[in-house]
Design a protein around this ligand. Structure first.
Ligand code: CP
Length: 316
């Protein structure tokens, strides 16, 4: 691993290696180990869009690995004085960055940044537009694996605004690569992906049919900021048809796991009693996110180091 930009196209072996590595950072009592693998390295968080969980857990993850971590306040950076993104990156590189963790509202922005930086830098995608949120998908995979075991017997439903969701796309690719039995998407037609046939998922507009027998139910927030107002469903109308409620969980598997990447909107995509209930893994997801991000940071830097050593060896 060097850059970690998407789950699409990655092998089952690599995804499993990330999960195995993340497991080593969990201490078994809900805590996260301190493992000083990145002492002397610098991780820079470049968040061009709002975040609570991702930015903070990347910061905690970097600190648990003993890296120096800097949160760049983009709104106060010199890009507001006309400096280009490329110039900003080159200046941050001169401050000895090793990893850029990037969240951006535009799909493809982390790929662009990866193409601009020197080979010494690893770029990790922390969510770009509607495109991908690979570390969220991997922390969701770790949550499923730790609580449901092997993927091969599992039916997983992703519910709500799939069309505008980078989380859904990254989860679908990861679930399929890891061998999930069936991936369903449930929602109104206006919020379902147009390319579902290429994605290879089962599509359900009817919540009851979609929820029948599922082992894992992942509710998603409506991405208001990524859609035209004409498409926006009313909150109460959406909750009435697709809200994840105790009643709707009755047709799922008796041990169904409930997940949500956050931020949650109670009474819109999920009932409070379900979000806080015994089947909910929502806060576990956040905790596992630290371990997954430690794994991705460590593996990215190790990949970068291995490449440098190989080049140095070839040059001798
Ligand atoms: N799940 C997620 O990406 O949350 P944040 O927007 O708070 O980072």
């Amino acid at each position: 691993l060097k850059h970690f930009l998407s789950t699409e196209g990655l092998s089952r072996e690599l995804l499993t290696e990330i999960l195995d590595r993340a497991d080593t950072f969990l201490d078994g009592n809900g805590g996260i180990r301190n493992v000083p693998l990145l002492a002397g390295r610098t991780v820079m968080n470049l968040f061009f869009e709002a975040s609570t969980r991702t930015r903070t857990t990347f910061e905690v993850a970097a600190k648990r690995l003993s890296a120096d971590v800097l949160n760049i306040d983009i709104s106060k950076s010199s890009t507001s004085k006309g400096e280009t993104l490329r110039d900003m990156l080159w200046n941050l590189e001169a401050m000895t960055a090793d990893v850029f963790v990037v969240r951006h509202g535009s799909s493809g922005a982390p790929h662009f940044i990866a193409s601009q930086v020197t080979p010494r830098i690893a770029v990790v995608n922390a969510g770009d537009g509607r495109h991908a949120h690979p570390t969220q998908a991997m922390l969701d995979m770790l949550t499923i694996r730790r609580h449901a075991g092997d993927f091969t017997g599992l039916t997983v439903a992703i519910i709500g605004d799939i069309r505008h969701s980078r989380v859904a796309r990254s989860e679908i690719h990861a679930l399929q690569t890891l061998g999930a039995k069936e991936v369903r998407v449930i929602g109104p037609r206006t919020l379902l992906p147009r390319d579902f046939e290429e994605l290879g998922v089962q599509v359900h507009e009817d919540m009851r049919r979609g929820m029948a027998g599922v082992d894992v139910a992942i509710a998603l927030r409506i991405q208001n900021e990524r859609m035209e107002s004409a498409l926006l469903p009313g909150s109460s109308e959406f909750y009435g048809l697709y809200g994840l409620t105790r009643e709707r969980l009755k047709v799922a598997s008796p041990n169904v796991l409930v997940m949500h990447p956050g931020p949650i909107n109670r009474g819109v995509e999920i009932e409070s009693e379900v979000a806080d209930g015994p089947q909910s893994l929502i806060l576990k997801q956040v905790n596992y996110g630290i371990a997954v991000r430690m794994a991705v940071l460590a593996m990215s830097v190790e990949g970068q180091d291995a490449e440098r050593h190989a080049e140095a060896g070839a040059g001798q």
